[in-house]
Design a protein around this ligand. Structure first.
Ligand SMILES: Nc1ncnc2c1ncn2[C@@H]1O[C@H](COP(=O)(O)OP(=O)(O)OP(=O)(O)O)[C@@H](O)[C@H]1O
Ligand SMILES: [Mg+2]
Length: 353
């Protein structure tokens, strides 16, 4: 397979040798060079998620400036047996693209970083909710005249490969969506009409992940996804919080306990509060629900010696809203979900879950 994107044909071999057929000098000359750069980083989490068989990048070595975009040291992603990582890797392996849907804070962005790290793919992240201009996404000439063209993010991804991550894809402006449609057909391409209609084929290692919050009439600003876009994605993965309502998840309690460095009892109470707030958020009664990351911040302050209530004020109460009345609702839920310090020492977390 030719991954090089230019007129030099390169064949990537398993032993890190590249057989190169140079078309420019002689049709027949064939040289084998030892590659000086090896794939430098292999995530320690590949084995944990059992995704070795979905080797998306093979032995392909991305150019140095692009390989800087491969994430490193992404924290582990915890689920309750949904096997999200494996499901997304499988979709990428078979279809080159996947869509993630779930409420805010359910770890969609986190898992995309993890997938990029596990597969050794550069990540090109675009938040479609920010009104990023078409110039930034596709490219532009700089200076006077038409000599210096700079590729935008999407064009760079298309030429170099990696994962194009379109966050808040339902908020994408129509003009951008229209240009992306042909690209989402796996053998697609971009036409740069601003650059003499240059056609850029989608790189063989060009993957796409889109993510969005579920469309809901209660929430201002959420929009249904463009229908043409929806048709082009074969796999949809639904995300939810680890704990919602009256059922705290043991995995989330363990995560807060281990990474947040608070006792299991306090971790359980924090998760109970979060589960309640999330249920209210999903009903449309609150504008925000705490993520695992927010709970981790709450726990970090408690582990540093701050009182649980005070620490809540500085984290999950303030993050919920600026509005005093909403903050009061959050406080009430924190109180009614129990004061962590009152949970008897002897009562271990599992018996409460
Ligand atoms: N299942 C999980 N395991 C580990 N960490 C998680 C998990 N879910 C969420 N988090 C953490 O919670 C925080 C919020 O997650 P993230 O930003 O990925 O959510 P999101 O779904 O992208 O939200 P939004 O829709 O608002 O963009 C991050 O700090 C993330 O690491
Ligand atoms: Mg996100």
């Amino acid at each position: 397979m030719d991954y090089s994107g230019n007129n030099t044909k390169s064949k990537i071999l398993g032993n890190n040798k590249v057989t190169t057929r140079l078309r420019t000098f002689s049709q027949q000359s064939k040289i084998t060079i030892q590659m000086s750069r090896l794939r430098s980083y292999e995530s320690p989490l590949v084995k944990k998620y059992g995704v070795e068989k979905y080797d998306l990048a093979g032995n392909y070595v991305f150019p140095e400036n692009v390989s800087e975009l491969i994430p490193k040291n992404t924290p582990e992603y915890v689920d309750k047996g949904e096997n999200y990582v494996e499901r997304i890797m499988r979709a990428m392996h078979h279809f080159k693209q996947a869509a993630l849907i779930g409420p805010s804070g359910t770890g969609k962005t986190h898992i995309v970083y993890l997938i990029a790290e596990l597969s050794g793919l550069p990540l090109w992240e675009i938040n479609c909710g920010l009104q990023t201009s078409s110039f930034d996404l596709f490219g532009r000439y700089i200076g006077l005249g038409r000599e210096n063209w700079i590729d935008g993010q999407i064009v760079s991804w298309c030429r170099n490969g990696g994962i194009l991550y379109l966050d808040e894809a339902n908020m994408m402006k129509q003009d951008v969506a229209t240009r992306l449609n042909p690209l989402l057909d796996t053998r697609g391409h971009i036409v740069l009409n601003e650059k003499d209609n240059e056609i850029i084929p989608r790189h063989p290692l060009g993957f796409v992940i889109i993510s969005m919050n579920p469309f809901s009439v209660e929430f201002a600003g959420t929009k249904p996804l463009n229908a043409a876009f929806r048709r082009r994605l074969s796999v949809w993965v639904n995300f939810d919080y680890l704990s919602v309502g009256s059922k705290p998840s043991e995995n989330e309690v363990d995560l807060i306990h281990e990474k947040g460095k608070v006792s299991k009892e306090i971790a359980l109470q924090m998760v109970r509060v979060a589960a309640q707030l999330r249920a209210n958020y999903k009903k449309g009664d609150l504008p925000y629900a705490p993520s695992v990351g927010d709970l981790m911040n709450w726990a970090t302050l408690v582990a540093d010696g701050l009182d649980v209530q005070r620490a809540a004020e500085e984290t999950i109460v303030s993050i919920a809203s600026d509005d005093m009345a909403t903050q009061e609702v959050v406080r009430r839920i924190i109180r009614s979900s129990g004061n962590p310090t009152l949970v008897p020492e002897s009562q271990d977390a599992e018996s409460l879950v």
